[in-house]
Design a protein around this ligand. Structure first.
Ligand SMILES: Cc1ncc(COP(=O)(O)O)c(C=O)c1O
Length: 293
């Protein structure tokens, strides 16, 4: 989050327009709002990612200053853009001299080793800022991430100095040791396999539990499922009903500034598979049916 905030402040001024994926991670929308940037939402396909022709149209029409994209394991859809699409995204933004903020927080969790290349690797003009993190692979409480800032390096360094001087050295040194020891490489391979196995169990259980007409993503990585509810069921009402029963999902409407995606929920699949989870998924299905009556 620190990297995203710094990146947004480095590439845009209050009042500027920033293009985001729709649906997108609510933290991006909150960060934009907090620095008085305006979001324009561009449809994002669960299989292929950003709709690039529509993105180009938005850039032309609305004087977009920057684009934020989770190119690899999009939150909430789990999409991994192809290398060709990533390259096209970078050349499209470069053509219009627009900065690209690449949020790669889930990038290490792509199941298929071959498709983990960031859009940043196609950056020739230094207009792409890559934001990475250990939150999703080691521990969110560490608060350690990194940035590759391209031509915005000086500005980002000044902004980081103004806001927090530097990130605490001790957890940085601990992560360095973990990386140098070789443990991290073994651990991350195991974690990817675990993630892929876990999400397929969640998908199967949800497929069995949810009413006909439910659709869901088949993510290429990460631990999030984006679930489209059967006709008429409101994701926010389902979220509230589940919360009363101690089950946490996210309502689809918070993944858009304009409260679109009301007919969706995001199900986190990070908890290891267990009878408790199986029961919880049964309750999601039953609660959804009740809302259809
Ligand atoms: C897409 C995305 N970006 C950024 C973040 C924030 O990550 P961190 O905990 O490393 O600040 C999250 C956390 O859920 C996320 O899902």
């Amino acid at each position: 989050m620190d990297a995203l905030n710094l990146a947004l402040r480095a590439v845009a001024q209050p009042g500027d327009v920033v293009a985001v994926e729709s649906p997108t991670y609510f933290g991006v929308l909150q960060a934009l709002e907090s620095v008085h940037l305006r979001a324009i939402e561009v449809p994002t396909d669960p299989r292929t990612g950003f709709d690039l022709p529509l993105l180009e149209r938005a850039i032309r029409r609305h004087g977009v200053r920057a684009v934020v994209s989770m190119t690899t394991c999009q939150n909430p859809q789990g999409t991994v853009m192809s290398d060709a699409a990533k390259e096209e995204l970078v050349s499209l933004t470069a053509r219009h001299d627009v900065a690209l903020v690449e949020d790669g927080v889930y990038a290490e969790l792509v199941y298929d080793e071959t498709s983990r290349r960031p859009a940043k690797t196609f950056d020739k003009k230094g207009l792409v800022i890559f934001c990475g993190s250990f939150s999703k692979v080691i521990a969110p409480g560490l608060r350690i991430g990194w940035m590759e800032t391209g031509r915005f390096r000086d500005r980002v360094e000044i902004l980081k100095g103004i806001t927090s001087l530097m990130t605490s050295a001790l957890p940085q040194l601990a992560v360095t040791e973990l990386l140098e020891s070789g443990f991290y490489d073994r651990y991350i391979k195991r974690t990817r396999l675990q993630c892929a196995d876990q999400i397929s169990k969640y998908i199967q259980a949800l497929t069995d539990a949810m009413p006909a007409g439910t659709r869901m993503t088949r993510p290429a990585g990460g631990n999030l499922l984006w679930v489209q509810l059967p006709n008429g069921v409101n994701g926010t009402r389902l979220y509230q009903r589940l919360l009363e029963q101690g089950i946490g999902v996210f309502p689809g409407e918070i993944f858009s500034a304009g409260a679109k995606h009301r007919g969706f929920i995001r199900v986190g699949c990070g908890m290891p598979w267990s009878p408790v989870i199986e029961r919880a998924i049964g309750i999601i299905g039953r609660s959804c049916r009740e809302l259809m009556r």
